[in-house]
Design a protein around this ligand. Structure first.
Ligand SMILES: [Zn+2]
Ligand SMILES: [Zn+2]
Length: 257
């Protein structure tokens, strides 16, 4: 009964004051009207992608790069067609992704899906997006990981993205068949080696990929090894176009830096 009364009092307070929420990045109390559930400080500190981006993978170009392709894309030809991203991976972006992946905060996926939808809607209309893409495919996680984590964060992000853009998402076409080592400490070539053969298209779904334009969705993009591996798999299955969208991308780095 006491519990119920506390809850009821809470409901009444919610009607008087806007419900207090917590910043998804630093945990500070914010009010519900804050976009993307971020406090002012975190909103300002996020490394939102600017004007000068790589025309291949979409990451932010450094001022040392006078061209329109990042250093990494110049060195490594890609299997995907075009990439888009929302932020450069820094401390704030990492805090959000870590909470989502390792702290059970599945609710953050919806907000990231919203950020990703806004990223694309800043450049294209809803009609253009649904015309450009037949389906959104989240990068799958291995079933062991899904069992421990309880969800595939990319699949939840894709649902949020899909709800706002109208491009349908489908988490049942791709499957991760190989568990892989943590990629963080590996070189680009080692990453490619590590991820080879890690994904498959479900046999009874393969026919659906023929002639399709696909948008892959993942939380982080670094060297592109994962996206390239999946893009080549999808193209072998007959897909016409494979683009990707990530929440955060690694910085454009000069070799040896
Ligand atoms: Zn904050
Ligand atoms: Zn690039």
């Amino acid at each position: 009964m006491k519990d119920f009364l506390t809850k009821t009092a809470g409901v009444v307070l919610d009607l008087i004051y806007p419900p207090a929420l917590y910043c998804i990045c630093c945990g500070k109390i914010i009010d519900a009207s804050r976009p993307y559930r971020l406090c002012n400080d975190c909103m300002d500190s996020m490394k939102w992608i600017g004007e000068r981006i790589c025309l291949k993978c979409g990451k932010q170009l450094t001022e040392h790069n006078p061209g329109d392709i990042c250093f990494s894309c110049r060195e490594h030809p890609h299997q995907f067609d075009r990439g888009y991203t929302c932020t450069e991976y820094g401390t704030h972006e990492r805090a959000i992704v870590f909470a989502l992946k390792y702290d059970g905060r599945a609710d953050i996926a919806e907000t990231i899906g919203e950020i990703m939808a806004d990223r694309m809607l800043a450049e294209f209309t809803n009609d253009e997006l649904t015309g450009m893409y037949d389906v959104v495919l989240p990068v799958p996680v291995h079933q062991h990981k899904k069992r421990t984590r309880g969800y595939n964060q990319a699949a939840l992000i894709a649902v949020g993205f899909s709800g706002r853009t109208g491009v349908i998402s489908d988490a049942g076409i791709l499957v991760r068949v190989k568990e892989t080592h943590v990629m963080r400490s590996l070189s680009p070539d080692q990453r490619r080696e590590n991820i080879r053969g890690a994904f498959a298209v479900r046999k009874h779904r393969a026919e659906e990929l023929r002639g399709r334009n696909i948008m892959l969705i993942d939380d982080i993009y670094t060297t592109g090894a994962t996206i390239d591996e999946i893009a080549s798999l999808l193209k072998k299955a007959g897909a016409s176009r494979v683009d990707f969208l990530s929440f955060a991308s690694g910085a454009d780095m000069v070799k040896g830096e």
